[in-house]
Design a protein around this ligand. Structure first.
Ligand code: SMO
Length: 771
């Protein structure tokens, strides 16, 4: 048997069904007597609900918040002092606070009829003043999103390591304000949920296009007042999550409640318009940053104010403060910086709430820090790569305790940057008058597989930061693995089978990975934060260890030796003078128990393993990216000519899948860099409501991305793995904007915001001409 364990680039087991159109997504599930839901949503960003006029014959087909009396509002918790959080009912009761907030749910045998019904529901809304930006919300006497707060500042945090001494030594100060726009998350498959009551099991069954079935169950139990055993959440095939499906959507609660009320299957499928006009958004960060540096560009202290435009409510379970906490915790990035002061402000506005989105706040933090580093390099007249090399944490300093308190476990950050430079320099590009060429770099380090300690510091509820897996040896020696993480593009059906193969020597073709169903798997918090291969991979290995111990015991008994004498090798249990296959051992246990002693029978061949990294410490993945762009200074258009990513996610379980994750992440990051933005007018009306206005990159906008890898094992994780699901998306906004600014150096222009749309690029050029 060729090597099929950790490190093998096996083709993905799941691709056969996906490539043949045999995936089963939420919309593929049919149920008799099913009703579709269409929602009546607020057309205004802030209003009082005076009344809701329903069509006369609506009966049990139109429901409002008043019908849902008794449903507990969605209320995420936070342990940040003074963090103001409001519980939001799934449907608005007396007030709407953003365009798209749900006012009524309308049911019909199909969506078209449900939408027709929704058109006959007329909410009587009394308009209230709107705040639709940070500046409007923080202005003196601003209208309040939540009147009882007395302010629109939902959360404020401060951290100060003490920077006076560094500031006094610094000779150069560089200050910038850097903006990352509000984005939609646009998974290929929209969000959706289908609920029905299963009378036989006495269970509410909720199919949800989610990353986190158990987390959704937690929330539904809270909202509906049911016990965990009374709800089963199933994630079918899921076409991309990116954080949008790691949160609770009010629609999930409504659909579940409706199915209980009507005792019929009820389904909601988000369409694109709903996603762009009513779904949660992501990002919208503003960074006011000052670097205090010496003449060589060595950054001695960083002083920052981060403000997020967080929308009207707090997303469950992460809260509206998640972006600010995460960004401020990683803002100094891969650099050795001695002084750090940061203040964060999370500001409520009449816009949709903020959801975590692939890498959450890190693309913003990396963008802010890395464009600032380039500005420092320009200020001291040095090459930006050299300035970075001067500031990066050296390999010899690992493990490195950053000024933020985070401990970076391992890696060689400078080496990754040097490699990226060599790779991008190897290809030259021709410039011309309408084609300014520039190269930009970005380096990041990412806290992957966030630990229990980190989660509890943030005060987020019910995310325990450990994982479990069940391994069930079948009578024929094939293996079923059951995990609570959910694979929605990560290829876990393959990688987790490879980990079982690594421990047991079993052929991955004889392993099935079942996921995404609370009825099947042990408790889990789901797939997010670049955690599954570290956490659940570790749990699968722990369960496989237990099985290996039992199998060796069976073989030892049959071979008349001790278990210590038996090795597991390529599917064989090899003893001193004899061997048997895993299959033979499984057959003996299941069908010939009379051949085995009591103690080998007692505990069974179905085991559960649990895992978290050693000492609850986190593996930090990192990468250096380089972009080469051509900018047309007349049109403001940007073409990405070349893109290089040198990443280190520790041991790669399946290098081909790692490549896929990085490539997809970079493509998404280029979207953040150049195209994607949900703008709002000052009345809180979303202005990008279709893909005509909300641009996402297509294949034609993405260059051939060139990858290179380093492999520094994490000292804290099984197999030395680090997470990789998000990393690719972190650096592109920074690398691309640094490349644009390099291209524009002859014009004196400097871009400080993403997406770098032609309008923003031209504005930067005009601003430079005015100076
Ligand atoms: S934004 Mo992700 O699903 O941690």
């Amino acid at each position: 048997m060729t090597h099929t364990g950790v490190g093998a680039s096996l083709p993905r087991k799941e691709d056969d069904r996906f490539l043949h159109g045999r995936g089963r997504y939420l919309a593929d599930i049919e149920m008799p007597r099913m009703l579709d839901v269409a929602f009546v949503r607020s057309p205004l960003a802030h209003a009082e609900i005076v009344g809701i006029e329903k069509p006369e014959e609506a009966g049990e087909r139109v429901f409002t918040a008043h019908d849902m009396d008794g449903v507990v509002p969605i209320r995420p918790t936070s342990n940040v002092a003074g963090h103001r959080i409001i519980g939001s009912p799934p449907m608005a009761l007396t007030r709407v606070r953003f365009v798209g907030e749900i006012i009524a749910a309308c049911l019909a045998p199909n969506r078209a009829q449900a939408e027709d019904l929704a058109e006959q529901v007329v909410p009587d809304l009394k308009e209230l003043p709107v705040v639709a930006s940070i500046d409007a919300a923080m202005a003196e006497g601003a209208p309040l999103v939540h009147a009882d707060w007395g302010t629109n500042l939902s959360m404020e945090t401060r951290f100060d390591s003490g920077i006076e001494e560094q500031v006094a030594r610094a000779t150069v100060q560089v200050t910038r304000t850097l903006d990352m726009a509000r984005q939609a998350m646009v998974p290929l498959e929209g969000k959706g949920a289908l609920a029905h009551f299963d009378a036989r099991d006495g269970q509410l069954v909720v199919y949800s296009s989610t990353q986190s079935p158990h987390m959704i169950r937690n929330a539904l139990c809270q909202c509906l007042g049911l016990q965990q055993r009374q709800i089963r959440v199933v994630a079918p095939d899921v076409g991309g999550g990116f954080g949008y499906k790691a949160i609770l959507h009010p629609e999930e609660v409504i659909v579940a409640w409706l199915s209980l009320r009507l005792r019929r299957p009820v389904r909601w499928l988000e369409d694109r318009f709903e996603h762009l006009t009513a779904g949660a958004n992501a990002r919208q960060h503003r960074y006011q940053m000052t670097a205090h540096a010496d003449d060589r560009g060595r950054i001695l202290a960083l002083d920052a104010v981060l403000t997020t435009d967080a929308g009207a409510y707090s997303i469950w379970p992460h809260t509206n403060g998640f972006d600010a906490i995460q960004a401020s915790g990683i803002l100094t990035g891969p650099y050795d910086i001695g002084g750090y002061r940061v203040r964060t402000m999370t500001v409520a506005t009449n816009k949709p709430p903020l959801s975590p989105y692939r890498a959450v706040a890190r693309p913003g933090a990396c963008f802010a820090m890395e464009t600032l580093v380039d500005a420092v390099a320009r200020a001291v007249g040095r090459d930006p790569v050299e300035v970075r090399l001067e500031n990066l944490v050296p390999a010899a300093a690992m493990p490195y305790k950053a000024i933020t308190g985070k401990e970076y476990d391992s890696g060689d950050y400078p080496a990754s940057l040097r490699r990226a430079r060599v790779l991008v320099d190897a290809v030259s590009s021709e410039a011309g008058p309408d084609r300014l060429i520039g190269t930009g770099y970005a380096v990041y380090t990412e806290h992957t597989a966030v630990s229990t300690a980190t989660i509890s510091q943030i005060g987020v509820q019910m995310m325990p930061g450990f994982e479990q897996a069940a391994a069930l040896m079948q009578p024929d020696g094939s293996l079923e693995i059951r995990v609570g993480v959910q694979s929605h593009g990560q290829g876990m059906e393959t990688t987790l089978a490879q980990i079982a193969s690594e421990v047991l020597g079993i052929d991955p073709e004889r392993v099935s990975v079942r996921h995404g169903d609370t009825a099947l798997s042990p408790y889990s918090t789901g797939t997010y934060a670049s955690r599954a291969v570290v956490m659940t991979g570790g749990a699968v290995a722990a369960a496989a260890d237990k099985l290996a111990f039992k199998l060796r015991g069976i073989a030892a008994h049959m071979m008349q030796c001790t278990a210590d004498d038996v090795r597991l090798e390529a599917g064989e249990l090899v003893g001193p003078g004899a061997s048997m296959t895993i299959e033979e051992a499984a057959v003996i246990w299941h069908f010939r128990p009379f051949d085995l002693p009591e103690e080998l029978l007692r505990d069974g061949l179905e085991v559960t393993g649990g895992y978290r990294p050693d000492g609850d410490r986190a593996p930090f993945a990192y990468a250096a990216h380089a972009a080469r762009v051509a900018v047309d200074p007349e049109l403001g258009t940007v073409e990405v000519l070349d893109y290089v990513a040198v990443d280190d996610c520790g041991t790669r379980v399946n290098p081909m899948i790692v490549d896929g994750q990085v490539l997809g992440g970079v493509a998404q990051g280029i979207g953040t860099a150049l195209f994607e933005e949900v703008p709002f007018d000052d009345q809180g009306q979303p202005l990008a409501t279709t893909f005509g206005d909300y641009s996402v990159p297509a294949a034609s906008e993405i260059p051939m991305i060139r990858l290179d890898h380093m492999e520094t094992r994490s000292p804290y994780t099984r197999f030395g793995v680090k997470g990789v699901g998000e990393g690719g998306a972190i650096a592109p906004p920074a690398a691309v904007v640094n490349a644009i600014n390099d291209a524009l150096r002859s014009t004196g222009a400097e871009l400080c915001a993403v997406p770098a749309t032609p309008r923003r690029v031209l504005q930067a050029i005009f601003d430079a001409q005015d100076r």
